[in-house]
Design a protein around this ligand. Structure first.
Ligand SMILES: NC(=O)c1ccc[n+]([C@@H]2O[C@H](COP(=O)([O-])OP(=O)(O)OC[C@H]3O[C@@H](n4cnc5c(N)ncnc54)[C@H](O)[C@@H]3O)[C@@H](O)[C@H]2O)c1
Length: 369
């Protein structure tokens, strides 16, 4: 039976989620909610469902399985905590947009409370719900990447000084808006492929044209990391400060002892290079032809229905709470790394160890070990 869903926060992204729920067989969109009446009413008319203007009323009047929180706020996350906690308290499963919250204490509390309530808290870390990441993971699972050696991630908005405009919205008129709102994505993908990060070092900055306008945003984030499995990594991200180069807006290269892959433009293209075979000699600059998966998917919007479907599948199938894909704990991990980036930046590039994640306990009912 389809899961009954209410979407809270009917901005652009709330509407993207509502559309995904309406077209997915595993869910039934039954209500939308926004504190701004016109937004709730407009969305309700569009989807043919009931409008609510507070989460309290929504929860009191609808029999929901899932509350999908797409609010936002300062640094894109300050309005996530309240509706998420209200929904969890009412016994609902929650899918929350990223970042879980812009406040690390709130992130930790959301994950702790969802576990205590035994509800599925998922996060829309959608960037690896793609055919390219799926195929890349398959290369890894088949042993075709081998021991991972390094992971390099480059992601940002195409821009430069010609298109720059000072943004005075509290979303981004602060030092850490880009880090908190955006680095969740690359960190989630790096962790998906290479596991937990144990050390972080950041040299972050902003270009002169931002400095001259008195822009507070630390918009260029250069981060060096070490993973628990001894892989090393590098992440460079910016908010429209420079012009794209190779790989477009999003590229992730994971290099291993048996093969290397690179994903370009998120959902669009995956290239895999196998390791040289013994006895086959290539000169410098020569290589065996790589395997290329070109999906033709240039539009990153495909990641939303894919990720939302995965959440619906996990809830429908009753996976273990800790086995939920792109869980609240996974989202917390990305926030712990981001707060380590901030800490390192504030200390002029000091080496920082991210705060430990909550221990995984396993589930004897669902898992056989
Ligand atoms: N995963 C992705 O790829 C991706 C991409 C873009 C944005 N996002 C995230 O999506 C979220 C929403 O982004 P947006 O651009 O649509 O924001 P928005 O500000 O346009 O919309 C948010 C809406 O939430 C409403 N709202 C706030 N608090 C509420 C509450 N307690 N109850 C009911 N309604 C409430 C606001 O009135 C507003 O209409 C952000 O957290 C952002 O980080 C994710």
């Amino acid at each position: 039976m389809a899961l009954k869903v209410g979407v809270v926060g009917m901005g652009g992204i709330g509407n993207t989620h509502a559309t995904a729920h309406q077209t997915d067989d595993l869910s039934q969109l039954v209500a939308v909610c926004d504190v701004v009446k016109e937004k709730a009413d407009e969305a309700a008319a569009k989807y043919g469902v009931k409008a609510y203007y507070s989460v309290k009323d929504l929860l009191a009047n609808e029999e929901l399985d899932i509350v999908d929180v797409t609010t936002g706020g300062y640094e894109n996350g300050s309005w996530h905590f309240e509706p998420t906690m209200e929904a969890l308290q009412a016994g609902k499963h929650v899918l929350c947009e990223k970042p879980l919250s812009n406040d690390i204490g709130e992130c930790r509390e959301m994950v702790r409370y969802a576990a205590a309530q035994q509800r599925y808290l998922g996060c829309n870390l959608n960037h690896y719900f793609t055919p390219t990441a799926q195929r890349a993971k398959q290369y890894m699972d088949e042993g075709q990447v081998g021991e991972t050696v390094y992971c390099m991630f480059k992601v940002g908005f195409n821009g430069g000084e010609e298109t720059y405009g000072l943004n005075k919205s509290p979303r981004f008129y602060n030092p850490y808006g880009h880090m908190k709102a955006f680095l969740t994505h690359p960190f989630s993908v790096m962790r998906y492929f290479c596991g937990d990060i144990t050390h972080v070092q950041s040299f972050s900055t902003k270009p002169g044209f931002r400095k001259n306008k008195g822009d507070l945003l630390v918009s260029v984030n250069s981060v060096h990391v070490h993973f628990a499995n001894d892989t090393v990594g590098y992440l460079i991200s910016h908010r429209g400060d420079a012009v794209w180069g190779l790989g477009g807006w999003w590229s992730c290269e994971v290099a291993g002892s048996k093969g290397t892959f690179c994903i370009e433009n998120c959902a669009e293209k995956l290239t895999y290079w196998g390791a040289p075979k013994p006895g086959v000699n290539y000169g410098i600059g020569e290589e065996a032809p790589p395997e290329v998966l070109d999906t033709g998917l240039k539009e990153f919007g495909v990641t939303f229905p894919n990720r939302i479907h995965a959440y619906l599948e996990d809830v429908t199938n009753g996976v273990s709470l800790e086995g939920l894909r792109s869980s609240g704990r996974d989202a917390l991990a990305t926030m712990e790394y981001i707060f380590a980036v901030i800490d390192s930046y504030e200390q002029g590039g000091a080496l920082v160890r991210p705060h430990a994640l909550p221990t995984l306990h396993g589930d004897p009912v669902v898992e056989r070990i």
